[in-house]
Design a protein. Structure first.
Length: 401
């Protein structure tokens, strides 16, 4: 793997700098598929609540790469035990883990026939500019990077760096989303985590002296989900997106000619799997333009839902226990309940102590070399895990009914 003639640095408000020394990393960043992530908002509907939360999947992916880069270069056990090829592989996995993300975060998947993770693997392993760059360096590289993202790489340590309960993805999005939403909920001591990280028994572990930092990380996740990701206003916007795409699907099944007015959705509505090039064309800007077209279409439901999305005329929310009452009011007001009533239940447990699998749970290393799962030694985490789960079930409906 060739080195750049000099290290590239990208300024970053969360990490200070994102540092790139490897030519292949730099070239993958410049690929059309990675540049598309500039046009995919990281938080989807959350900017309806926190107006500065408009950062992109591009910036998050750079952040995940930077944390992985620091892990494999600063954590002694990783630096000394991973080969250079493994380090490059896992850094690329961190960089590319969201390469197949759809517009509007997870809301867009209501109309997709495949999950965005499957498109991530497809873009990396099948014909694309990114795939060609990877194969140019090593024919094995696309599949090896994909196996880390899938979680089935032979070296499970690489998978744990990208997807576990203490991974680079979660650590970056907590810090970054907290910063850009102007909240403090997601803050924790990343430096301390890196200083206390070790490898033992084929798993990532944290020295017991770093336990309080891990507790802060768990609590940061807990508060970010309730205060930011699961905010009722954000969910109201997601409800409109889901109902708009449901109406679009229903209209397409009635008359497929609707794609003549909305050509950006032709492949998505007519095919079960999009090609890499077809998928590349879908981004936030394309969808926003389509909403403008829908707002002027003859179908009153589609036009109304599109106008509500564009102009932030969101749905109201109420506890799910009021569903029957609200349903009656909505139908009496002349609304079609298929498109104007939406139920949503969010369940939150910021940490789950799974089985003995290395990537399940967070593992602590004591002074005697014993490895114990976090909830067995932390009263705070134990209280979170073994009490009832927090949940919030809401019904969404038009205001004023």
């Amino acid at each position: 793997m060739n080195k750049l003639s000099e290290e590239k640095v990208l300024r970053d408000p969360v990490h200070g700098y994102v540092r790139v020394s490897e030519e292949i990393i730099w070239r993958c960043m410049a690929s059309r598929e990675f540049q598309r992530l500039r046009r995919i908002n990281q938080l989807g509907s959350t900017s309806m609540v926190y107006h500065t939360g408009e950062h992109s999947r591009f910036t998050h992916s750079l952040g995940v790469y930077e944390i992985v880069r620091r892990m494999v270069s600063e954590v002694k056990d990783l630096r000394e035990n991973l080969s250079e090829y493994e380090k490059i592989t896992v850094m690329l996995a961190g960089l590319l883990h969201d390469i197949g993300h759809a517009p509007f975060s997870h809301s867009f998947e209501a109309i997709m026939k495949r999950k965005h993770e499957e498109y991530t693997i497809q873009i990396i392993t099948q014909d694309s500019e990114l795939n060609r760059i990877l194969k140019e360096y090593d024919e094995r590289l696309p599949e090896d990077v994909a196996s880390v993202i899938r979680g089935n790489h032979p070296n499970s340590i690489l998978c744990q760096l990208i997807s576990s309960q203490l991974d680079a993805d979660r650590m970056d999005y907590l810090l970054r989303d907290s910063y850009f939403t102007g909240t403090k909920y997601g803050e924790f001591d990343l430096e301390r985590i890196l200083r206390t990280m070790r490898v033992a028994d084929d798993r990532l572990v944290i020295k017991v002296s770093g336990m309080h930092t891990i507790e802060d990380y768990i609590m940061a996740r807990y508060h970010m989900y309730w205060q930011v990701y699961y905010h009722p206003v954000s969910r109201a916007h997601e409800a409109l997106l889901a109902k708009l795409f449901q109406r679009l699907l229903d209209l397409y099944h009635q008359d497929s000619a609707i794609v003549e007015q909305l050509p950006m959705y032709r492949a998505l509505l007519s095919k079960s799997v999009l090609s890499n090039d077809e998928y590349f064309r879908l981004d936030d800007a394309t969808c926003l333009y389509s909403f403008q077209l829908m707002e002027r279409m003859d179908d009153p439901v589609l036009a109304d839902l599109a106008g509500r999305l564009l102009n932030r005329r969101l749905l109201e929310s109420a506890p799910i226990e009021r569903y029957d009452e609200i349903r009656k009011r909505v139908t009496e007001a002349g609304y079609d309940e298929r498109y104007y009533i939406y139920t949503d239940r969010q369940i939150q447990n910021p940490y789950e102590p799974y089985s003995d699998h290395p990537s399940h749970g967070i593992w602590m290393l004591d002074e005697k070399g014993n490895i114990r799962e976090l909830s067995h030694i932390s009263r705070i985490v134990s209280a979170i895990c073994y009490n009832s789960e927090s949940d919030d079930a809401l019904v969404f409906y038009p205001k004023g009914v």
